[in-house]
Ligand binder design. Structure first.
Ligand code: 4AD
Ligand code: MG
Length: 468
């Protein structure tokens, strides 16, 4: 085969260099046609669009073309010609075709008929070859770029916090243990507790549930930082919004108080959505057509209004009134309750018809590190609630007072010996500061219109499921 440097299909379909020789490589979506001419729809993952390869059957021979079935990988040289079909400017008249790899039609699971999302989850190793998952994972990439761009341009530093940790940031006991100990032969101490002194780290360690505590250390020295990394939670909740392994973005800013923290969250999320609209429109348009006819409209609608800012207490009053007026929720709502997503979505979708930032939650349902309000009952927490999702961001102003923080940690059973280094920031040059965590996959649910979080991460980890 003649050596011609490869052009990605994203560029080929837009090219107008008709008459030139080009090379494309990719996976066959379909091959159809007659005894005289075949049309191969070829995709290489660079775009939702396929390039049409036109094949003169006589030139190649029917027997040679036969193994070019859905899923096969081919290498094509050809002449770029103006497309007869609508939508695309260019197609390729094949001059040479090399078959890299065949895909037996009897066993290749991705035949052209539409497959259910559930079925595709079982073949997560192949699903990026579908239009849907190609679109989702290209959007995922673009959103990661948007996140770095937003913070970098605002002068935030990307700070890497550890994955293996000896402390429980959220204090919720949802951590996966990390050990090299032989589980068949565990050494116990005199109280019957496991003795970790001979374990790899010489102490009990886990996968992190949040980089926040270390992020605070960085904010209290570098001013404004963000983390963006994998996060692990062993919460046994099999819901369409929870993963055992997800990615979280956590900015932390010295001297920011809660109002500035809310503004940062709103600006950040709007920047990401605008980025998606500006950079991923073909993929979003596809998802809009295939899955969610209101997707694009919804993306635009959150850009238009300022997010509502509302105290938890007022939010609960609205929900209680809804119940009194006959609205049925699955879970009870009362002051002190941890709101569930049906409550959050009622506020956003039914009541305000706009994203809501709920603040000042009861201290009992929030983490030990949140700044305590003067009422003695609430903390300066903020959750950003989104249509279709519920909570997309959780954050707070942090308690900067050593004594108050220490008392609260004790009350909530967080051992100070595990977080002595965190407490040091309050002993040495403490200052007001705030931050939040955005669940990357929750953002992707919103941007893609998908309804199950398993469909916006390449290889989901959920209870009883860690394949691939
Ligand atoms: O509200 P969370 O638990 O807050 C924290 O972890 C804080 N340390 C963040 C901070 O202030 N720096 O989690 C933050 C966000 C949630 O709003 C949600 O979007 C996402 O992380 N999240 C999950 N996403 C997928 N699967 C799970 N199991 C998630 N748990 C939380
Ligand atoms: Mg939360």
């Amino acid at each position: 085969m003649e050596t011609i440097s490869r052009t990605k299909i994203v560029d080929v379909v837009k090219s107008e260099a008709f008459g030139t020789q080009v090379n494309v490589k990719g996976w066959v979506r379909t091959r159809r046609g007659s005894k005289l001419v075949n049309f191969i729809a070829l995709n290489d993952g660079s775009t939702i669009n396929n390039v049409q390869v036109v094949v003169d059957v006589e030139k190649f021979g029917e027997a040679y073309l036969k193994p070019i079935t859905t899923g096969a990988c081919i290498n094509v040289n050809g002449t770029l010609v103006a497309s007869q079909g609508k939508g695309q400017s260019a197609e390729i008249q094949a001059t040479e075709i090399q078959i890299y790899g065949t895909a037996d039609p009897d066993t290749y699971p991705l035949q052209k008929k539409g497959h259910s999302l559930e079925f595709l989850r079982e073949i997560a190793h192949l699903r990026p070859r579908t239009n849907t998952f190609g679109a989702i994972f290209r959007i995922r990439h673009n959103m990661a770029i948007a996140i770095h761009k937003f913070f970098h341009e605002k002068g935030f530093f990307y700070f890497h916090t550890p994955i293996i940790t000896g402390s429980d940031c959220e204090g919720a006991g949802q951590m996966f243990q990390v050990t090299t100990k032989n589980l068949y032969d565990l050494k116990k101490d005199e109280n019957g507790s496991i003795d970790y002194s001979d374990d790899f780290f010489g102490k009990a360690t886990s996968l992190t549930v949040s980089g926040q505590l270390e992020g605070e250390l960085a904010a209290m020295s570098m001013g404004a930082i963000y983390t963006f990394g994998p996060t692990f939670r062993a919460e046994n909740s099999n819901t369409p919004r929870h993963l055992a392994e997800f990615w979280m973005i956590e900015p932390e800013v010295a001297f920011n108080e809660i109002a500035e923290n809310m503004q940062l969250a709103e600006d950040f999320i709007k920047f990401c959505i605008q980025w998606a609209l500006d950079n991923c429109m073909e993929d979003i348009q596809f998802l809009n057509n295939m899955f969610d006819k209101e997707l694009i409209e919804r993306l635009h609608s959150v850009m238009e209004k300022d997010f509502i800012r509302l105290a938890y207490t007022e939010g609960v009053a609205i929900l209680e009134k809804a119940v009194a007026d006959g609205h049925k929720f699955e879970y009870p709502v009362y002051w002190g309750a941890d709101l569930s997503s049906e409550h959050e979505r009622y506020l956003v979708e039914d009541h305000f018809k706009c994203p809501v930032i709920l603040t000042d939650y009861p201290k009992e349902i929030k983490s030990f590190y949140m700044k305590q309000n003067e009422d003695g009952k609430t903390v300066r927490a903020m959750d950003v609630l989104f249509p279709k999702i519920g909570e997309i961001i959780g954050g707070s102003q942090r308690e900067e007072d050593y004594e108050k923080l220490s008392t609260r940690a004790k009350e909530m059973g967080v051992p100070e010996k595990d977080i002595w280094w965190y407490m040091d920031t309050r002993r040495f040059g403490t200052a007001p500061h705030s931050g939040f965590g955005l669940g990357f996959e929750r953002l992707l649910l919103f941007v893609t219109g998908m309804t199950n979080i398993r469909d916006v991460i390449p290889f989901p980890r959920t209870p009883k499921s860690a394949d691939f």
